[in-house]
Design a protein around this ligand. Structure first.
Ligand code: MSP
Length: 543
C-alpha cells in the first residue's frame, strides 16, 4: 500500500491575471508531486481559483461585467498554466462550483450547530485590500493604511456571524508546541507563535455589505467570509462534506494534507484560522503549512503600481528562449522557498542556465555519449569494473588507475539518491536538485581526471576506457532520474537517447536508481540537451 501525500497550492484570486508568484508556488508543488509519485507515493495535488469576495465584485463592476463572467474569464487563464508550465495537478477547484458551494454551506451549518459560529456585532478597522479586520494595535502601527494597497483602513461596523476563534487559543498553542514543523520555515513559525501569544479575538465570518459569495445557510442576507469559503477548498475538493459522493469515496483518504504550500502573506489564515476551523469541524489537521517568501525583481518589490510584475507574457519569453525545463529549474533552485525573498534577475537566470544546464548537465551528457559513439560505435560498453580487468592488472594501480579506484560509483550514486530524496521529502527543492547536479559535476571531474580520450589511444586500455565511460553514463542516468521531476521534458529526451523507456508514474525510482541499470550493449544516440545561449539579450521588460 503506497503511502499517501496531499499537496495544495493556495487558490488564486481571479481578480488578477496569473504572474510569477502564482506560477512559482504551483511549480514548487508540481516538482514535489512528480518526484514523490516517481518515488512510489500515492499523491494528490490540488490547485484552483478563489472566486468570491468583495474585490472580485468590485473589479467586475469596474469592467462592466458580472463577477461570474470575470471569474470564468480569469479561471481559464489560471487553468492554462498547467499545460503551459507542465503542472500535473490532479484537480483544479473553483470556489463557484456547486460541489464547493454545497459543502461550504454544510460545514458552516455544522459550525453554527456546534455554536462555534454565533451572531454578534463588531466594529473595527477593515482592510479592503486583504478583506480582513486589523486589530487596533496593528492598525496604529500601520498608520491606518492597508499593507496590501496602502489605501486607508476603513472604520467598519457589522452585524455578523462570528467564528469563536478565541475558544481555540489553548489548543492552537499546544499544536504549535507539540509540532515544531507545523509551520515552516522556522522564522515564519516564530512570527505566528508571537502573534498567537498576544491572544486571539473572534473573527467575523459573514458579510452583509456585498453579495458575491456563498450565502449563509438559512440566512441568505449574509454571505460567508471569503477566507472561510476559500480555505475550505482543501477539503471540499476531496468531498469531505459529502460522505455519499464519489469524490469522498475516491479522495477522502488523502486528508489530512501533507503540505499546504503558500506565500508568507497568507500564513495567519492557514496557520491559525484554518486549524481552528478544522478543530471545530472535528477533522484532522494538516501536517505542515509551508510559507515561502516572495520573488522580487531586479531588487525591487513587484507591484501593480510599479508595473514590474513578471507576467505570463514575460514567462513565455523565457520559456521560448531557454526552454520550459530551464524555467522550471530556475524557479525550483533559486526561488524564495526559505525565509528570505529571492531576486529574479535576467542576468542571473542566464548565468544559471549556462553554468548548470548547458555547461554541466548538457555538456556532461553530450561528451559521454559522444565518446561512446566515437570509441564504441554508440554501444554502451561493459563496466569491466575497476577491481576487475581494468585495475587488477599485474602492474597494480598506477597513477591513472588510482582515481578510478577512488571512485566507488555505486556508493556515490546511492548517497546522491538518498540525500536527494530526503531533501525533496522536506520540500528542500534546491538541495534535492543540487544532489543530482552535484553527481553530474563529479562525473565531469572524473572525466577530466581519468582522461578517457587519452586512454582511447592505447588499445590495451580498452577495458578501462569502457569501464570509465560506462560509469559516467550510468551516473548521468541516475542523476537524470532525480532531475526528472523538475525537468521532465529534457530528462525524457535524455532517456530516449539512451534507449530507455521509463514511466515515472509507475513509482519505481529507487529500483531504477540502483547501480547497474544501464545495460551494456544498448545503443546511445548523440545528445544535445541544453544549447548554450550566448547573448543575454533583454527579454521584454526583463531589465
Ligand atoms: N485567494 C488567496 C488564497 C486563498 S488560499 C485558501 C490569495 N490569492 S492570490 O491570488 O493573491 O495568491 C497569493 C499567492 O500567490 C501567494 O500566497 C503566493 O503563493 C503567490 N504569490 C503572489 N505573489 C508572489 C510573489 N511575489 N512571490 C512568490 N509568490 C507570491 O491570496
Amino acid at each position: 500500500m503506497p503511502k499517501r501525500i496531499y499537496i495544495t497550492t493556495p487558490i488564486y484570486y481571479v481578480n488578477d491575471k496569473p504572474h510569477i508568484g502564482h506560477a512559482y508556488t504551483t511549480t514548487v508543488c508540481d516538482v514535489y508531486a512528480r518526484f514523490m509519485r516517481f518515488a512510489g507515493w500515492d499523491v494528490f495535488f490540488l490547485t484552483g481559483t478563489d472566486e468570491h469576495g468583495m474585490r472580485i465584485e468590485k473589479v467586475a463592476t469596474g469592467r462592466a461585467m458580472s463577477p461570474q463572467q470575470l471569474a470564468d474569464e480569469n479561471a481559464v487563464a489560471f487553468q492554462q498554466l498547467s499545460p503551459l508550465l507542465g503542472f500535473t495537478n490532479d484537480d483544479f477547484i473553483r470556489t463557484t462550483e456547486p460541489r464547493h458551494v454545497r459543502q461550504v454551506q454544510t460545514f458552516v451549518q455544522k459550525l453554527v450547530d456546534t455554536q462555534t459560529v454565533y451572531l454578534g456585532e463588531f466594529e473595527g478597522w477593515y482592510d479592503e485590500g486583504q478583506e480582513e479586520y486589523i486589530p487596533q494595535t496593528k492598525a496604529r502601527e500601520l498608520d491606518y493604511r492597508s499593507p496590501v494597497n496602502n489605501l486607508p483602513l476603513v472604520r467598519a461596523k457589522e452585524h455578523n456571524f462570528y467564528f469563536r476563534l478565541s475558544a481555540f487559543q489553548g489548543r492552537l498553542e499546544s499544536l504549535f508546541e507539540k509540532n515544531p514543523d507545523f509551520v515552516r520555515p522556522e522564522a515564519r513559525r516564530n512570527e505566528v507563535l508571537g502573534r498567537l501569544r498576544e491572544g486571539l479575538q473572534d473573527v467575523p465570518m459573514s458579510r452583509t455589505n456585498f453579495t458575491w459569495g456563498v450565502p449563509m445557510p438559512h440566512d441568505p442576507g449574509h454571505v460567508i467570509y471569503v477566507w472561510i469559503d476559500a480555505l475550505m477548498n482543501y477539503i471540499t475538493a476531496l468531498g469531505l462534506g459529502e460522505p455519499d459522493s464519489d469524490a469522498y469515496r475516491q479522495r477522502s483518504k488523502y486528508w489530512p494534507a501533507t503540505y499546504h504550500i503558500i506565500g508568507k502573506e497568507i500564513l495567519w489564515f492557514h496557520a491559525v484560522i484554518w486549524p481552528a476551523v478544522l478543530m471545530a469541524l472535528d477533522l484532522p489537521l494538516p501536517k505542515c503549512v509551508y510559507a515561502h517568501s516572495f520573488w522580487i525583481r531586479e531588487g525591487q518589490k513587484m507591484s501593480k503600481s510599479l508595473g514590474n510584475f513578471i507576467d505570463l507574457t514575460t514567462i513565455k519569453q523565457y520559456v521560448d528562449r531557454y526552454g520550459l525545463d530551464a524555467w522550471r529549474y530556475y524557479m525550483a533552485t533559486h526561488g524564495p522557498l526559505g525565509a528570505t525573498d529571492a531576486d529574479f534577475r535576467a542576468d542571473h537566470f542566464h548565468t544559471v542556465y549556462n553554468t548548470d544546464l548547458a555547461n554541466t548537465l548538457g555538456n556532461c551528457a553530450s561528451r559521454t555519449a559522444a565518446m561512446i559513439n566515437k570509441y564504441f560505435d554508440g554501444f554502451v560498453p561493459a563496466e569491466a569494473g575497476p577491481n576487475e580487468s581494468a585495475l587488477a592488472d599485474e602492474e597494480g594501480p598506477d597513477d591513472l588507475h588510482r582515481p578510478i579506484a577512488d571512485h566507488d560509483w555505486p556508493a556515490i550514486t546511492k548517497e546522491a539518491v538518498s540525500s536527494s530524496t530526503a531533501a525533496m521529502e522536506k520540500i528542500d527543492l534546491a538541495r534535492s536538485i543540487g544532489c543530482a547536479i552535484g553527481l553530474v559535476r563529479k562525473v565531469d571531474a572524473f572525466i577530466n581526471l581519468t582522461e578517457p580520450y587519452k586512454l582511447a589511444k592505447d588499445e590495451s586500455k580498452r577495458g578501462e576506457l569502457g569501464a570509465i565511460l560506462y560509469q559516467c553514463l550510468e551516473a548521468v542516468r541516475i542523476a537524470s532520474l532525480l532531475l526528472w521531476a523538475v525537468m521532465p521534458g529534457k530528462m525524457s529526451e535524455l532517456w530516449s537517447a539512451l534507449g530507455l523507456s521509463i514511466e515515472p508514474d509507475a513509482g519505481r525510482l529507487a529500483e531504477l536508481a540502483e547501480w547497474g541499470g544501464l545495460e551494456p550493449g544498448c545503443r546511445v544516440r548523440k545528445i544535445a540537451l541544453f544549447p548554450r545561449v550566448d547573448t543575454l539579450s533583454v527579454i521584454e521588460g526583463a531589465a
